[in-house]
Design a protein around this ligand. Structure first.
Ligand code: SF4
Length: 468
């Protein structure tokens, strides 16, 4: 159908591009071809059933359908499957065709090493094996669409996590008790972070531990490890002894970003910046050569990254932080000098001649300056570096911590809220503060992610009754 509203048509194209790469699938009994997400929703809703026979004849039973994953990686995570009586925990991938596993390079992708079941609707005549990167053979089930019940309808809203068994005791619990439970879980989480950070302080010194932990927060979810390795290879004390342009060139050089950008692909204003970096980098390049070749070269994950979070821009933010290092590290080196307001202000006011107006080395300049480090990043640094470091030395900072608002939109937190509280107003009330998020994450990791029984054997609901 051609839409009479041109903007609607434009939005349709825009919306559907989000799902580009997802195939349309024709299933018996459905008038229109279905999208991959529709087929996934039929699976997740149980329309295909829960007992199957694998392509090599073994009985397969789905104990827990897990979580419908909307990010990169397998379609369903945290699942439990029984194969020939043996219980397996891991992920499930559903493809229109068995060969999609190799067509989409899942067999070489480390994100797919936990896959325990490969589902598909079609495949070649000859046997096709599903193997992980470690050459582990994955159990295969060919789904039979002719067995779908007549009334089966795709329902993408199932992507929201299902309500857990703990929902009932939580809905009967006094808000003060839920608050105390989440606050305790948040404190436990903070204590664990403190222990890890202070172990690192003992091993490498406080300043390096601060630098490395802050660098890691610039990596967001996907590039934390690369920022961590970069900060280990180029310790703060070494960088601080160099001229600012030399340390900047070294960071960009060792990261591999200078080598990976072709000069002729860049814009004139970027070339000026690149020339400056290269003039300092070429003198240091030979000594750093070992870090530029595989397997030592840093591997940056750039898929599905917002321009503002691109690691090149975040590395620019690290450079700006190093230029203000005394002001940034000082309040963390000595708990007596801590001022949350002052520290936050220092980070929010950081600028860089190039990176304050550019997203990447290839992007056009922005029309107005962009914050190098925004409020949500500062909050991540407060939650993962500042408070875990300082809290053991000044426990009264807990009151300050409790007041921090929740700024980050976290998929895991949303799932935890869905499972624990559903759509209730109680769930909304316990998402407002950072410590609520941290407490929810802890419960989610300790109970939901450990559970392989679709809530049946989870001890959390019974323990909740004792909490009150
Ligand atoms: S696994 Fe446990 S904590 Fe998670 S939703 Fe189910 S009952 Fe609740």
């Amino acid at each position: 159908m051609i839409s009479p509203l041109p903007l609607a048509a434009r939005y349709t194209r825009f919306r559907d591009e989000v799902f580009s790469g997802l195939e349309e699938i024709t299933l018996p009994g459905f008038a229109q071809p279905l999208g991959e997400l529709d087929v996934q929703s039929l699976w997740f809703g149980g329309a295909f059933g829960s007992s199957f026979t694998s392509v090599d004849g073994k009985p397969v039973h789905i104990v827990d359908y897990g979580i419908w994953n909307s990010s990169a990686g397998p379609d369903f995570t945290g699942c439990t499957v029984e194969v020939d009586g043996q219980r397996l925990s891991g992920d499930i991938e559903l493809d229109p065709d068995a060969r999609d596993w190799e067509r989409h390079s899942h067999g070489a992708n480390p994100d797919y090493t936990r896959v325990v079941l490969h589902l598909f609707l079609d495949g070649p005549e000859e046997r096709f094996f599903t193997r992980t990167r470690e050459h582990r053979e994955v159990v295969q089930v060919r789904l039979d669409a002719t067995t779908l019940p007549e009334h089966a309808q795709p329902n993408r809203s199932l992507a929201a996590a299902r309500l857990g068994r703990c929902h009932t005791p939580l809905s009967e619990m006094a808000p003060a008790h839920i608050q105390s439970m989440l606050e305790s879980a948040a404190q436990y989480r903070l204590e664990r972070k403190s222990l890890r950070l202070h172990r690192y302080v003992a091993a490498h010194g406080r300043e390096q531990a601060i630098y490395q932990a802050l660098a890691q927060t610039l990596g967001y979810r996907n590039n934390q490890q690369s920022f961590n390795v970069l900060a280990q290879r180029l310790p703060v004390q070494r960088l601080q002894k160099m001229a600012a342009e030399e340390s900047e060139a070294l960071l960009f050089g060792v990261s591999g970003f200078l080598e990976s950008v072709r000069y002729e692909d860049t814009l004139p204003e970027t070339r000026t910046y690149l020339r400056g970096l290269w003039s300092a980098w070429w003198k240091q390049r030979d000594a750093a050569q070992r870090w530029l070749q595989p397997p030592q070269a840093l591997s940056w994950k750039l898929a599905a990254i917002r321009p503002g979070n691109h690691p090149q821009r975040r590395l620019g933010a690290l450079v700006a932080m190093l230029k203000q290092w005394i002001r940034i590290s000082g309040p963390l080196m000595d708990a007596g000098r801590w001022s949350q307001e002052g520290w936050r202000e220092t980070l929010l006011s950081l600028t860089h001649d190039f990176w304050s107006t550019h997203y990447t080395l290839l992007a056009e300049g922005a029309t107005k300056p962009l914050a190098l480090i925004g409020e949500s990043r500062v909050q991540e640094m407060l939650a993962n570096v500042a408070y875990p470091l300082l809290m053991p030395e000044r426990t009264r900072l807990w009151a300050e911590y409790l007041e921090l608002p929740a700024l980050l939109d976290n998929q895991k937190v949303r799932r935890a809220v869905q499972r624990l509280f559903g759509e209730s107003a109680v769930g909304a009330a316990f998402q407002k503060k950072l410590h609520h998020h941290q407490g929810l994450l802890q419960v989610y990791e300790d109970f939901c992610l450990e559970d392989d029984s679709a809530c049946a054997d989870c001890p959390f609901p019974e323990r909740l009754k004792q909490w009150a």
